[in-house]
Design a protein around this ligand. Structure first.
Ligand code: ADP
Ligand code: ZN
Length: 619
C-alpha cells in the first residue's frame, strides 16, 4: 500500500481529554493539602499547653502561625512519637514553659522556597502544558500548523507501483519517445560520462483518460525509480506562500531520492499563463509557479530527477514553463485508434473471464473516440452486467449493452461524432493532406487522423518539417495557406456546403497573409514596406494596443491585398481539388475505415489512387 506519511505521523496513541486535566488538577490539590497540612494530630492550644505541662512534648518547631512538634506517647508499653500541630496563640509564657520542661524548640522561619517554586511556577506551567497539548491534539494537530508547508507529495515505493509498459497499450509512439528517459534513469552514470544532455522536464499532452498518469508510472516502474505524484491543483492553496513551500519541499524530497520521477498532474492548474487576467492576477498561483521555475532551473538534471507534467490544455500554459531547460520536451498522448483500442482492451480483459466468442477487435471497432479510461470502464461494466445475469463469463451481449450505456454518457460529455460529421471530418482532413501532397513546397504529411484531439479539433493533419526553417520564401508561405484552406475547400466541393470546423484554419491562413503583406513586404502592390513595428503588444494578439502608423487609405489597401492573397489561394486550391476529386474521395473513404493514416501508408495510397484514376502525381 502506498504510505501516507501524514497519517502515520499522527497515529501516536495519546488520548487527552478534559478528564485527564481534571484528575491531574485534583491530584495537585490533594498533594498541596497534604504538604501544607500533614494532618497528623490537630490539637487545641489548651490541650497543647496541658501536654506540655504533663511533659509529653518531645520537641517543637514554632512558626508565626503554628506550632508543630513531636509528642512522646506511651501506648501499651511502646513509645511512639506522634506528630501534632496546633495553631499558635499569642502566649508570652510559651518560651518560659518550654524551657522549664526542657523541650527542644526551634523557631521556624519557614523557608518555603521549594514549595513556592513548585506551586507558583512548576505546577502552573505543568497545567498549561497539559492544556496546550490537549488543545493541539484536538483542534489543530501539528498537521495544519507545524507542517503547513510540507509537501503532500507522497512517495510511492517502487514495489507498490508495479506498473510497467506492458500495462500501457495503444500509445506506442509516446512509449517510444519515453524510452530514452528510462535508459537515463536506469544508468545516469552512463549518460553523465558521455556528457549527454537529458531533458529535465517532459510534458505529456493528451485528453483526460488517455493514460498520462499511467504512462508516467510505467516509466518509473520500468526504470525502477521512486515516483512522486502530485496534482497541480494541490499546490494552489488558500494561503499565499504555502504552494511555493510545497514545491520547495517536494523538490527537496526528490533530491534525496534521486534518481526519481516527479509527476505533476493538471499542470495547467498551476501553470496558467500569467497576465491573461490583468485585472488582478492570482498571487498565490503565480508565486507557486515562480517557485517551480526556480526549482527546475536550479536542478542539476544530471542528478537523475525527471519532472513529468501532464495537461490536456498545453496552449494554456505559461510560455516560461516550455522554455529550454524546463518542459522542453513534449510527448503527445493521443486518443487510441482502432488497433490501440483493441490493445488496451486486451490489457484490461486479462482481469475478467470472457467467453470464447468475444471478439475484442469488433468491440474496438464499436468504440471510436473512447480513451483508455473509457475502455477500462467498459470492461468493468460488462463484467458487472455478466455478474448480474449470473453468467460465469462475460459475453458479447454484455459488451454491446455496456457500450450502449457508456456511449450515451459520452455523447453528452464529449460529443462523439455522428456519421455525417465523420464524413465531413474525413473529407476535411483529406483535403488538407491532399493539398499538402500536391503543392511543391510543403513539408511531408506525417499523419492524418480523425480522432478528436484537444478540445476544438475533430481531426488533424500533421506535417513533419524536414529541417528547421528560419527563412521562408513567398512560394512556401503561399503553399502553407493553400494547405490550410484545403480542408474548407474540400468540404465545399464534396458536400457543397461548409461547416464551422474550419474556423481555426481560416484564422491561421489570414494571419499568414497578413504577415506577408504587413511585415515581410511580399505584396506586389504595397511594395517592400513593413507596416508593423517588430514589437508585438504584450497581450496575445491584442490589436487594441498596436499603434497604427499608416493612413486609413493604406489600411484599406492592406486589407484588400490580404483578401487578394486569400482569394487567389482559394481558387488555386479549388482547381486542384476539383481535378483530384476522386482521389480526395478515395482518401476520405480509407480514413473513415482506418481513422488514422500514417505518412508512408498515405504515400502508398496516393500512388494507387493516382494510378487508378489515371492522374499524374507531382514528385
Ligand atoms: P490521464 O492521466 O491521462 O487522465 P490515467 O492515466 O489516469 O489517465 O488513466 C486512467 C485509467 O485508464 C488507467 O489507470 C488505466 O486503467 C486506464 N488506461 C488509460 N489509458 C490506458 C492505456 N493506454 N493502456 C491501458 N490502460 C489505460
Ligand atoms: Zn482543418
Amino acid at each position: 500500500m502506498l504510505k501516507d506519511f501524514k497519517k502515520i505521523q499522527f497515529k501516536m496513541p495519546q488520548k487527552f481529554s478534559v478528564w485527564h486535566i481534571i484528575i491531574a488538577f485534583g491530584f495537585f490539590i490533594l498533594l498541596q493539602m497534604y504538604l501544607m497540612n500533614p494532618g497528623v494530630r490537630d490539637v487545641s492550644y489548651s490541650d497543647f499547653k496541658k501536654m506540655l505541662q504533663e511533659g509529653k512534648i518531645l520537641e517543637c518547631h514554632i512558626t508565626n502561625t503554628m506550632i508543630r512538634g513531636k509528642l512522646r506517647e506511651t501506648e501499651r508499653g511502646t513509645t511512639r512519637n506522634a506528630v501534632f500541630i496546633t495553631a499558635r496563640v499569642d502566649d508570652p509564657e510559651l518560651v518560659k514553659d518550654l524551657e522549664l520542661m526542657g523541650v527542644k524548640y526551634a523557631g521556624n522561619y519557614e523557608s518555603p522556597w521549594l514549595k513556592t517554586l513548585f506551586f507558583s511556577w512548576i505546577m502552573p506551567l505543568l497545567i498549561l502544558f497539559v492544556i496546550w497539548r490537549f488543545i493541539f491534539r484536538r483542534y489543530g494537530p501539528a498537521s495544519s500548523i507545524m507542517t503547513f508547508g510540507k509537501s503532500k507529495g507522497r512517495l510511492y515505493a517502487q514495489e507498490d507501483l508495479n506498473v510497467t509498459f506492458d500495462d500501457v497499450a495503444g500509445i506506442d509512439e509516446a512509449k517510444e519517445e519515453l524510452q530514452e528517459i528510462i535508459e537515463f534513469l536506469k544508468t545516469p552514470e552512463k549518460f553523465r560520462a558521455l556528457g549527454g544532455k537529458i531533458p529535465k522536464g517532459v510534458l505529456l499532452v493528451g485528453a483526460p483518460g488517455t493514460g498520462k498518469t499511467l504512462l508516467a508510472k510505467a516509466v518509473a516502474g520500468e526504470a525502477g525509480v521512486p515516483f512522486f505524484n502530485m496534482s497541480g491543483s494541490e499546490f494552489v492553496e488558500m494561503f499565499v506562500g504555502v504552494g511555493a513551500a510545497r514545491v520547495r519541499d517536494l523538490f527537496n524530497q526528490a533530491d534525496q531520492k534521486a534518481p526519481c520521477i516527479i509527476f505533476i498532474d493538471e499542470l495547467d492548474a498551476l501553470g496558467k499563463a500569467r497576465g491573461i487576467n490583468p485585472m488582478g492576477g492570482h498571487d498565490e498561483r503565480e508565486q507557486t509557479l515562480n517557485q517551480l521555475l526556480v526549482e527546475m532551473d536550479g536542478f542539476d538534471s544530471n542528478k537523475g530527477v525527471i519532472i513529468m507534467g501532464a495537461t490536456n490544455r498545453p496552449e494554456m500554459l505559461d510560455s516560461a514553463l516550455l522554455r529550454p531547460g524546463r518542459f522542453d520536451r513534449q510527448v503527445v498522448v493521443d486518443r487510441p485508434d482502432l488497433h490501440g483500442r483493441e490493445a488496451i482492451l486486451k490489457v484490461h480483459a486479462k482481469e475478467v473471464k470472457m467467453e470464447k466468442d468475444v471478439n475484442l477487435h469488433s468491440v474496438a471497432a464499436m468504440t471510436p473516440g473512447f480513451v483508455g479510461a473509457d475502455l477500462a470502464n467498459l470492461i468493468n461494466e460488462a463484467a458487472l452486467l455478466a455478474a448480474r445475469r449470473n453468467k460465469k463469463a462475460v459475453g458479447m451481449p454484455e459488451f454491446e449493452e455496456a457500450i450502449d450505456r457508456l456511449m450515451a454518457g459520452l455523447e453528452k460529455k464529449k460529443r462523439l461524432m455522428n456519421k455525417k460529421e465523420k464524413e465531413i471530418v474525413a473529407h476535411h482532413e483529406s483535403g488538407h493532406a491532399l493539398v499538402a501532397c500536391s503543392v511543391p513546397h510543403a513539408d511531408p504529411v506525417r499523419k492524418i487522423s480523425m480522432i478528436p484531439r484537444g478540445i476544438g479539433a475533430l481531426g488533424y493533419t500533421l506535417q513533419k518539417p524536414t529541417e528547421d526553417r528560419y527563412l521562408l520564401t513567398k512560394a512556401e508561405l503561399l503553399d502553407r495557406i493553400a494547405i490550410l484552406l484545403g480542408g474548407r475547400v474540400s468540404e465545399q466541393i464534396i458536400f457543397n456546403e461548409i461547416s464551422t470546423g474550419a474556423q481555426n484554419d481560416l484564422e491561421k491562413a489570414t494571419e499568414i497573409a497578413k504577415l506577408m503583406v504587413k511585415e515581410y513586404g511580399m505584396s506586389d502592390k504595397m511594395g517592400v514596406v513593413t507596416f508593423e513595428q517588430g514589437d508585438r503588444p504584450l497581450f496575445l494578439g491584442g490589436g487594441f494596443a498596436a499603434s497604427k502608423e499608416y493612413s486609413e487609405e493604406t489600411a484599406r489597401e492592406i486589407d484588400l491585398e490580404i483578401k487578394k492573397i486569400l482569394d487567389e489561394s482559394f481558387h488555386r486550391v479549388k482547381a486542384l481539388l476539383t481535378e483530384k476529386k476522386e482521389i480526395l474521395q478515395g482518401m476520405a473513404k480509407t480514413l473513415m475505415e482506418k481513422e488514422v493514416i500514417e505518412g508512408d501508408e498515405l504515400r502508398k495510397l496516393l500512388d494507387e489512387l493516382h494510378k487508378a484514376n489515371g492522374k499524374t502525381q507531382p514528385s
